[in-house]
Design a protein around this ligand. Structure first.
Ligand code: MN
Length: 130
């Protein structure tokens, strides 16, 4: 189990913020700026956790999550997916969970909360992997 996070996010400012704070915490960041590229990266590279935006230029984050969960790459059925979105309407969190995401966080991001959530997912996965 590694520490590689795939950030699927179209906003350059958010991407830079994630990259800075997560690299400072010892993670390696891969980035995709739309949903289809994100799925392609997840399917072709070893990724340990996914940070997923909802409003993307092609397919939305819900659809990204559904496709990842059904991927032919078996490990993607269980990879932790954390939604980080400004799209915080009533019902969206449930929609994200229904699409297969593990956690839904709304922007603006509380960096310390994000770190602790990511750490807990990565440690949980380590514990299960043996
Ligand atoms: Mn977006």
């Amino acid at each position: 189990m590694g520490n590689i996070i795939l950030c699927i996010e179209d906003n350059p400012d958010n991407t830079l913020l994630f990259k800075r704070v997560l690299e400072a915490a010892g993670y390696k960041i891969r980035h995709a700026k739309n949903g289809l590229d994100g799925i392609a990266v997840a399917e072709s590279e070893e990724i340990d956790l996914i940070l997923l935006d909802i409003n993307l230029p092609d397919i939305d984050g819900y659809e990204v999550a559904r496709r990842l969960r059904k991927s032919a790459k078996i490990s993607l059925a269980k990879i932790p997916i954390i939604v980080v979105t400004a799209n915080a309407l009533k019902g969206d969190a449930q929609k994200a969970l229904d699409a297969g995401c593990n956690l839904y966080l709304s922007k603006p991001i509380d960096i310390h909360a994000l770190w602790s959530h990511i750490d807990s997912f990565v440690h949980l996965s380590n514990g299960l992997e043996i």
